[in-house]
Design a protein around this ligand. Structure first.
Ligand code: GLC
Length: 422
């Protein structure tokens, strides 16, 4: 008996020694597009192996709007089941009160990231999320089809629409009945705010609300830009585009049924995947410019970060996890598999990345010149601003009222929302 007890004690001791003192069970919540969640799991497996801690993914729908609604509720309720949130670049000012200040814990690593991205996640001097990838969209085009019909890569929206129509018509005549000219994100959600900001900014119509807080969206160039997009619906874009988010657009594009697509860089590696019908048949270019005074190419700045909940029971391990996922090694791992744009400056000179994902070195300039949504000037009211904006745009695209009328109404309601100040 004594011998047995001694053996048991020994076994228990051995188990204790094998288990790291701080072994923790964490949860990270993430909605992502494409293969994002799968790659996150692979990154977490490496963390578990290295540290002995366990991390569970709480999967979310890929719509950032749906995620935001849910996270706000959880945080307001002081939910301690979620330790780490994957956060959109626009959320920092709205969620900052419920997230841990990472400034001190990350001071050894922040300098490796682009300063503008770190700044976008800093609220009142506190770093509230550490970036894991940035985002700036591209015009995806079918190289093979443009070559077949002797067309150039479009530099303006007009050229894009004409080329889209020409190729779509010819392909349909040739029996390719499902072919469309252009797919984008037309659903009533944050993605439409991104797309419509690009149409407006590229036509010299401003940024909805300017960095100084001025509501600028009710202007003739902005109205012209929305009418331009409306003219695509049912002609070069399927009527169903009014319900498309990123993944629906990619679905049409990746099955080979669109000449052009507006989407984020994640679609690049997936389009070139082994099982992709369009592998090797497409390339990317900056989005087209509009026309008139101030016309330029405009890409909306996106991106994702990791934040630690104030209600986490394991904030130290959670911070360690955030630093791991955001590290140069793991950003490299991610970009090789997902073509998400890194936030670590040195990775743009990495030959392995440039070879596997040639979009990356080409996209540095695009994202550095990308247009931010007005989340900084409108602070905690951004979500409401954006939702009023995408609603006005969606109505216009659906034929409910003219762009000019909808923008005039939008200006009235944004002014009310602004009240005494943002
Ligand atoms: C991408 C961007 C994100 C944006 C979202 C809109 O995920 O990175 O910033 O809000 O698209 O759908």
């Amino acid at each position: 008996m004594k011998f047995r007890q001694a053996l048991l004690a020994l076994a228990a001791g051995a188990m204790l020694a094998a288990t790291p003192v701080q072994a923790a069970q964490l949860s990270i919540v993430s909605g992502d597009t494409g293969n994002g969640l799968q790659v996150l799991r692979e990154i977490l497996d490496q963390f578990e192996k290295k540290t002995g801690n366990k991390v569970n993914i709480v999967p979310m729908p890929s719509s950032t709007t749906d995620q935001f609604g849910q996270y706000k509720l959880w945080l307001a309720a002081g939910n301690s089941d979620v330790d780490v949130y994957q956060t959109d670049v626009i959320w920092a000012p709205q969620l900052s009160n419920q997230l841990v200040d990472l400034t001190e814990a990350t001071k050894d690593v922040v300098a490796a990231h682009f300063p503008s991205i770190i700044e976008s996640q800093t609220v009142n001097g506190k770093l509230i999320a550490l970036p894991i990838f940035t985002d700036a969209p591209a015009l995806y085009y079918r190289k093979d089809l443009l070559d077949k019909y002797g067309a150039q890569v479009p530099k303006t929206w007009d050229e894009m629409a004409k080329t889209a129509k020409m190729i779509m018509d010819k392909e349909r005549e040739a029996g390719n009945k499902d072919m469309w000219g252009f797919v984008f994100q037309g659903n009533a959600y944050e993605g439409l705010t991104c797309d419509a900001l690009e149409w407006i900014k590229s036509n010299g119509g401003g940024q909805i609300i300017e960095p100084d807080g001025t509501i600028s969206v009710n202007n003739p160039q902005a109205a012209k830009a929305l009418e331009m997009a409306k003219s695509w619906i049912g002609t070069i874009s399927p009527p169903g585009v009014l319900a498309y988010q990123e993944e629906e657009s990619r679905g049409v594009w990746q099955t080979g049924n669109a000449v052009f697509m507006r989407n984020w860089p994640y679609a690049y590696s997936l389009g070139n995947g082994e099982d992709s019908p369009i592998k090797g048949k497409f390339d990317v270019a900056p989005l087209p410019a509009g026309s008139g005074e101030g016309a330029r190419s405009a890409a909306t700045l996106g991106g994702w970060n990791l934040a630690v909940s104030k209600y986490s029971k394991n904030p130290d391990v959670a911070i360690e996890l955030v630093k791991w996922i955001a590290s140069p090694e793991m950003q490299k791992y991610r970009v090789l598999k997902t073509s998400n744009i890194p936030t670590i400056q040195a990775l743009y000179d990495d030959p392995e990345i440039a070879k596997a994902q040639p979009i990356i070195p080409r996209w540095k300039e695009v994202f550095l010149n990308a247009v931010p949504r007005p989340s900084a000037p409108t602070k905690v009211k951004y979500n409401e601003v954006s939702s009023q904006f995408w609603t006005a745009v969606h109505k216009t695209l659906s034929g409910e009222g003219s762009a000019a009328d909808n923008l005039a109404d939008l200006e009235v309601s944004l002014t009310k929302l602004q009240g005494a100040g943002w």
